[in-house]
Design a protein around this ligand. Structure first.
Ligand code: NAI
Ligand code: MG
Length: 480
């Protein structure tokens, strides 16, 4: 007997979207000086939501000037006062959490269950965490008198719009910097709502400036001569461009780029638990996750048994309306990202891997991709090497722990990894040998504001989160 779920749509009444938006500069929404407009859509329906500004060079310059002038006062405020503002922002974000979650889901396509239960609680937690650091910087182990950097240019992607905003803005402000933040072109709406929160919190004008736009706006911001720091999360390709354009300047940089994480399942693992971790690792947020467990390395002796369990579990995933509280897999964020996923999965088939996809109806409008698993994948296949950034899992096997480590490390990336085994000694041994910034054991995709996050190799440099994350926003002379 097949059970049918009744639809359980989340109301959108709580959200108000304006028909067009300007830029948030010096505490006010202003019209662009030299930019243009573009339309932002709901990727689940292709409905146009609003007209957004593509900021031009003059706009970028005004935003940097506002941040520079606000920096004079903000950086000299006692840490406890900066902390007070951050606590205020954190509390407002909690109070308006449902509104943000619904808006995030509308503009991004992620399931409301995730924006409501994962993204927004973590966003508030991040502001609370760094609010607590603002008056304790001299106890952060970064020298006796830590000094802020100045104006930070912050560029974020579309996969976790509010979470990435919090990872960028909270530590920067706690450390005494001011910021110009550019959200991704496909997901500007929650950042613009956050601008309202800054007003509501009476944050001094210019401390946070939000300018919308695409790559050109981002490049103008990065190349602006009067910024002191660039913090970027996004593709390795743009990360490289940024690294070379700031080389030889005094600008400090942190880059958080892509990944191709191995999720390693040993034959002694609790298999039902491991299946949950694998599913969460690759299908959470449609696989639009830099630390997604996109390569399953399963021990050969349990491969068939494990894959049967995996397919059985994936078949219970519900794909569809992201605003439905029963939905597990929402919409792909953009037509461009869908095309990239399709191209890479086609290459998987052409190169000889076996494809299995969840049988489900895809909505007619919007961008959708059914959860997919590739078996018979070799390390040479593109689907084993390149970041797909979609709900696509590549399965490889191994026989010994040594082979698992070698295969896991055989990637230009090094952001995260997972280990599933009952043996504590094996967890420690394998984790020590993995070249990945974050290693989860018997769990996956667990985030906490106290824990640093960042990568090795092409996954970028610098760490975000926790005490260590403050170092990215303080002068390095003060580092011990
Ligand atoms: P992207 O790196 O182009 O975009 C990320 C941000 O950088 C956006 O705000 C964008 O407007 C900005 N940007 C683009 N070009 C820029 C430039 N020249 N200078 C300054 N800023 C610039 O990523 P995109 O094109 O959205 O996605 C491409 C691939 O990148 C994805 O398929 C995925 O594999 C990877 N990606 C990884 C992310 C991660 O969290 N590590 C996040 C987003 C994408
Ligand atoms: Mg791009």
């Amino acid at each position: 007997m097949v059970f049918q779920y009744a639809p359980a749509p989340e109301s959108t009444k709580i959200v108000k979207i304006d028909s067009s938006y300007g830029l948030f500069i010096n505490g006010k929404f202003v019209k662009s000086k030299d930019g243009s407009q573009y339309k932002t859509i709901n990727p689940a329906t292709e409905e146009v939501l609003s007209e957004i500004t593509l900021a031009g060079k003059k706009d970028v310059d005004l935003a940097v000037k506002a941040a520079r002038s606000a920096y004079q006062k903000w950086s000299k405020l006692p840490g406890s006062v900066r902390g007070k503002y951050l606590y205020r922002i954190a509390r407002i974000l909690q109070e308006r959490s449902r509104e943000f979650a619904v808006l995030e889901t509308i503009n991004n396509g992620k399931p409301i269950r995730e924006s409501r239960d994962v993204d927004m609680p973590l966003v508030a937690a991040h502001f609370f965490h760094y609010a607590g650091w603002a008056d304790k910087l001299e106890h952060a182990g970064l020298g006796p008198k830590p000094q802020s950097l100045g104006v930070a240019a912050q560029i974020i992607p579309w996969n976790f719009p509010m979470l990435m905003l919090s990872w960028k803005i909270a530590p920067a402000l706690a450390a005494g910097n001011t910021v110009v933040l550019k959200p991704a072109e496909t997901t500007p709406l929650t950042a613009l709502l956050f601008a309202e929160v800054c007003q509501q919190a009476d944050l001094p004008p210019g401390v946070v400036n939000i300018i919308t736009g695409a790559g050109e706006t981002g490049a103008a911001l990065v190349n602006h001569p009067n910024i002191d720091k660039v913090a970027f999360t996004g593709s390795t390709e743009v990360g490289r461009l940024i690294a070379s354009s700031v080389a030889g300047t005094k600008k400090k940089v942190t880059l958080e780029l892509g990944g191709k994480a191995a999720n390693i399942v040993f034959d002694d693992a609790a298999l039902d638990q491991a299946v949950e971790g694998i599913v969460n690792g690759i299908f959470f947020n449609q696989g639009h996750v830099c630390c997604a467990g996109s390569r399953l390395l399963v021990q050969e002796s349990i491969k068939d048994e494990f894959l049967d369990l995996l397919y059985e579990r994936v078949q219970t995933l519900r794909l569809g309306d992201p605003l439905d509280k029963n939905t597990d897999v929402g919409a792909i964020n953009s037509a461009a990202q869908l095309a990239k996923i399709q191209e890479l999965t086609q290459s998987g088939e052409q190169e000889g891997a076996d494809r299995w996809s969840l049988k489900c109806d895809l909505p007619e409008k919007g961008f959708w991709f059914a959860p997919t698993v590739f078996t018979n994948v070799t390390q040479a296949h593109r689907i084993a090497r390149e970041e797909i950034f979609g709900p696509v899992l590549s399965v490889l096997t191994f026989r010994t722990p040594q082979e698992a480590i070698e295969k896991a490390n055989n990637t230009p990336f090094g952001l995260s990894a997972g280990i599933w085994t009952e043996k504590g000694s094996r967890i420690l041994e394998v984790a020590n040998n993995l070249r990945a910034g974050v290693v989860w054991a018997n769990t996956f995709n667990k985030f906490d504001p106290t824990s640093p996050f960042g990568g090795y190799k092409e996954s970028g440099y610098g760490r975000e989160g926790g005490r260590v994350g403050l170092a990215a926003y303080l002068k390095s002379e003060n580092k011990k």
